[in-house]
Design a protein around this ligand. Structure first.
Ligand code: PLP
Length: 462
């Protein structure tokens, strides 16, 4: 049922060369050889243009990341100024570029964790894995070296390197590679729409999830578990907003067993959910957070971990004999990335990103709910700020899902592309995560394109 794309298959075409020479992430190789790439040529604000000049509203901000859109000249200027000073410097062996210090300070100013320090890396995966290593240090220093296991959640996403992928709760991240590694456990996804039992209230659902987490901890042994990791709102797992009280309930269990809470703010950070950090939106109280994507609006590969005082103290204690903190990436705290991140933060502050996201998010959500009322296949509209999911179902009244063989999400994705709209289909949930600079006209355009796509999808399914 997926719409086919016709592509230029001449031997020297960009499409043919792409198929021959380029292995794509998160793409089926065989299908790619059949349909070819969608080649993007440039961007302007919230829009991108393909090689044929066709315009798309990029309602996913690329990969949940280009918060400032695709053509922010101030970021380009910040990079150019930084390159004028030097193309690279590092943060090993007591050295640092000057603006990396300034970035660390600015991040600590907005940190959801008190008395924090910033550690820099280049990808979200590196940031989530860094948190795991720091959790191991923390427990080892306190005489509990056996606390090594990590509890993540079904439908969580934390990256593609081996530990980060082990923490993912998505079968596609494990299947080919024999993952997860031993010691990486998974507990329930807090999806009340799909997870509640008949007659079960959301409060009872939360209590059950907390009880099941406790049971998992007891079965494994509390002295073997270092940390829990979770996104405040699951992104790639289908935009799952936890029910009220969820984090308070599970954190009470985790604290009782001396288990650290690691927040994956790679998508939710920097205003996305209508607060500076997603943990503030959902009442999560993490010991460390991982940041990436929005930190530079993805104009430079950069990530960071914010770690609180207990972790900082543990690291000092561990190395009190003069040893090095044996961790670091060549490009940790890269000066060009730092310059871009500092300018990105300036723009977030100047545009007053939090109220702006709340206003645009409310408009998008209200519009999607209006469209849903006229649709036969919308089960739920959910999300916070500018991170919204629309779950398509066969029967909204009973929440009955579509037969997976119909690949409704993939069909919707292809129809949206035809209509000039880029969304993300996660199963049959359609994700919106537009650049945070989107304005009223952009939101209305997204709604118009979504409505048209939905009604053509309905017609195909009739
Ligand atoms: N954590 C979350 C929540 C993500 O969505 C992603 C990537 O999409 C990552 C971590 C991994 O980031 P990266 O791809 O930069 O390694």
């Amino acid at each position: 049922m997926e719409a086919a794309r016709v592509f230029d298959s001449k031997p020297n075409s960009a499409e043919a060369r792409d198929i021959a020479f380029h292995l794509h992430s998160q793409t089926n190789p065989q299908r790619h050889a059949e349909i070819g790439p969608l080649i993007m040529a440039r961007g302007e604000g919230v829009h991108v243009y393909d090689a044929s000049g066709k315009r798309y509203l990029e309602a996913m901000a690329g990969l949940w990341c280009t918060s400032l859109g695709f053509s922010e000249t101030r970021l380009k200027a910040a990079a150019a100024t930084a390159y004028d000073k030097f193309g690279f410097y590092h943060s090993f062996n007591h050295k640092t570029p000057d603006n990396t210090i300034e970035l660390a300070e600015k991040l600590v100013e907005i940190s959801p964790i008190p008395d924090a320090q910033a550690y820099f890396a280049t990808s979200g995966s590196e940031a989530t894995e860094t948190m795991v290593k720091l959790a191991w240090v923390y427990h080892a220093v306190r005489g509990k070296p056996g606390k090594r296991k990590i509890i993540a959640r079904d439908r969580g996403f934390h990256g593609s390197t081996i530990v980060a992928a082990s923490m993912c709760g998505l079968p596609r991240m494990h299947r080919e590679f024999g993952l997860p590694l031993d010691g990486f456990l998974h507990t329930h996804c807090p999806d009340a729409y799909r997870g509640t039992r008949p007659g079960e209230s959301e409060a009872a659902f939360v209590d059950r999830l907390a009880a099941d987490l406790e049971a998992l901890i007891m079965a494994e042994g509390p002295d073997t578990i270092a940390a829990f990791i979770g996104e405040p709102i699951n992104a790639g797992g289908g935009i799952v907003v936890p029910p009220k009280g969820y984090f308070a309930a599970i954190e009470a269990v985790l604290r009782r067993h001396d288990i650290l809470v690691l927040g994956d703010e790679v998508v939710c950070g920097f205003g996305r959910t209508g607060n500076w950090f997603g943990c503030e939106t959902v009442g999560m109280k993490p010991d460390m957070v991982a940041l990436a994507k929005g930190i530079t609006s993805s104009y430079f590969p950069m990530s960071a971990v914010l770690l609180g005082r207990p972790i900082r103290d543990a690291l000092s204690e561990m190395n009190k004999g003069g040893e090095l903190f044996g961790h670091g990436f060549t490009n940790s705290g890269h000066p060009v990335g730092a310059a871009i991140a500092l300018e990105t933060l300036n723009i977030y502050h100047e545009m007053d990103v939090v109220p702006h996201v709340r206003r645009m998010g409310s408009r998008l959500r209200a519009g999607l709910e209006q469209i849903a009322r006229d649709s036969r296949i919308v089960g739920q509209v959910r999300g916070e700020g500018l991170m919204i999911g629309v779950e398509l179902v066969a029967a909204p009244a009973t929440r009955q899902a579509f037969d997976p063989a119909l690949k409704v999400g993939a069909m919707f994705d292809a129809l949206a592309i035809e209509n000039g709209l880029i969304i993300r289909a996660m199963g049959d949930t359609i994700g919106f995560c537009p650049p945070l600079i989107i304005d009223e006209a952009g939101v209305d355009e997204a709604l118009d394109l979504f409505g048209r796509t939905l009604f053509s999808a309905e017609a195909k399914l009739a």
